[in-house]
Design a protein around this ligand. Structure first.
Ligand code: ATP
Length: 469
């Protein structure tokens, strides 16, 4: 069935995304806007499925979790308290000759093979000087020292720029949770340990984005801040590692391509006392890269917001009769990286023969039915009223009795329609043919195996339910 060698490359996923309407380059008819993307009809469905499944799994189905939908614009002091104004920087170097700009840490990692995370600009500059690296673009040895560049996007509230209030587009969703934590505790429905989950857009002025949708300047995060008694934090951190693995299984990812990497002490962010990354093995030349993060943020954020806002953010713990600032465990997931991983992991090519017996390659996205944009495609064999009528009635029945999104496709030859369904990851094709009019049954084709079986019309919904869930 699936090949052992990996069929997926980034180029193939980029091409398929464009061809089938998953991801389009942003502002394309205006010549594009670098590193921005729009999600087409199928991409929008895939993203919604990911987000809904995440919300259902981590927020709705857990008794210890509630949700929040915070704003993108918040009081600028929040970003001073969180440390983003001072610490949320990328170290950059410029080339004095060609004026190109690079991430100093990335340059060092790529060219010298040294892990540069957490190194100061001075340390990075020293490494660059020692190696006397040339500019990757023009080749001249004219790189500047590394300096810090803040990654938050700024904008102004108010009609006049000079007198308006400078605010930031949020670079992470987490801070809204800390800022509203007290309101949520006061509404009285949560007790430690509990978590608040949120899904929303974040913005980062990334200087070297790229690798398709892996690193974007505008992206979506699914984040949880899980509030715990300080002494429970190490143990609950472990349970979150397991929960995150559970999610990776749920969306159908091959565990062999995922690993956990523990951050070394010197690599830890200013707020964290333990961080692990879930990494995915992206196709060469990318290799292992961060997919998700899990951090123990201690009481860093609540204590900073308490200090900067002057509000008491302590929690009264009834069972122990004590008052303290909870510690926080943060599992964080990127929607775009999830989507990219899902498409890469599902992509497969099979050598087959076409209808004329010629050698052919079948491209198939073996998406988990949980996230697949369409759960089934209804295909009348020919565009004849007697067939399309039955096909539409099946379509309407599935729509009425399930919440599955179903495709209806009546154009082109059936082989082409199967190929399209395979390429967009539709798990089942339901074909209405002339026999249907006699035997009240349809042919259901399985995307993965291409096996076909005859299913009576009144058994289709049950058949799909059993396989899709
Ligand atoms: P990286 O080291 O790759 O820049 P990070 O450590 O800065 O990532 P976090 O701040 O931990 O990332 O963000 C949480 C999650 O949000 C990441 O694990 C990733 O899934 C996602 N994410 C972060 N930055 C981006 C981005 N620029 N584009 C797309 N997704 C992102």
């Amino acid at each position: 069935m699936a090949e052992t060698t990996r069929a997926a490359t980034m180029e193939k996923i980029v091409a398929l995304s464009k061809r089938r309407g998953f991801v389009f380059p942003g502002s394309e008819i205006y010549g594009g806007l670098a590193n921005t993307w729009d999600f087409g009809p199928l991409g929008a469905e895939l993203r919604n499925n990911i987000k809904q499944l995440w919300w259902r799994t981590f927020v709705q189905r857990r008794r210890d979790m509630v949700g929040l939908d915070g704003g993108i614009l918040m009081h600028p002091r929040i970003w001073e308290a969180s440390g983003h104004v001072v610490n949320f920087n990328d170290p950059l170097v410029d080339c004095k000759t060609c004026k190109a700009r690079f991430r100093a840490d990335h340059l060092i990692e790529e060219k010298l093979g040294v892990n540069a995370e957490g190194k100061t600009p001075d340390e990075l500059t020293a490494l660059l000087k020692d190696a006397n690296l040339p500019c990757p673009k023009c080749g001249n040895r004219t790189l500047t020292d590394a300096r810090q560049f803040n990654m938050m996007f700024r904008t102004t509230i108010g009609p006049v720029e000079e007198t308006g209030v400078q605010v930031y587009l949020r670079p992470e969703t987490a801070q809204a949770i800390f800022v509203q934590y007290k309101n949520i505790v006061n509404t009285g429905r949560v007790k430690l340990p509990f978590g608040i989950g949120q899904i929303g857009k974040s913005f980062r002025n990334e200087i070297t984005p790229g690798n398709f949708i892996f690193r974007d300047i505008e992206f979506e995060q699914m984040e949880i801040e899980y509030f715990v008694r300080p002494d429970e934090a190490p143990e609950l951190f472990e349970t979150w590692i397991e929960a995150m693995w559970g999610w990776i299984d749920l969306i159908g990812i091959n565990r062999d391509r995922v690993r956990v990497r523990e951050h070394a002490r010197e690599e830890l962010s200013h707020y964290s006392n333990r961080t692990i990354d879930f990494e995915y093995d992206f196709p060469a030349p990318m290799g292992w890269k961060e997919l998700y993060g899990l951090a123990n943020r201690t009481d860093f954020d609540l204590s900073k917001h308490q200090e900067f806002s002057g509000e008491d953010l302590t929690y009264f713990d009834q069972p122990t009769g004590t008052r303290f600032l909870p510690h926080v465990i943060e599992p964080t997931f990127g929607v775009e990286r999830t989507m990219l991983m899902i498409m890469l992991d599902a992509y497969d090519e099979e050598q087959t023969t076409d209808v004329n017996g010629k050698a052919d390659t079948r491209v198939v996205l073996r998406l988990s039915p949980r996230v697949a944009p369409y759960k089934a495609a209804i295909l009348p064999l020919a565009k004849k009223p007697e067939l399309t009528e039955v096909a539409w009635s099946i379509f309407n029945q599935i729509e009425a009795e399930t919440n599955y999104l179903v495709d209806y496709d009546e154009t082109g030859n059936i082989g082409k329609r199967y190929r399209r369904a395979d390429e967009i990851g539709t798990p089942f094709c339901v074909t209405v043919d002339f026999d249907t009019l006699e035997d009240n049954a349809v042919t259901v084709r399985d995307r993965n195996t291409m096996e076909q079986q005859r299913i009576p019309l009144d058994g289709i919904v049950a058949f799909l339910r059993e396989r899709i869930g």
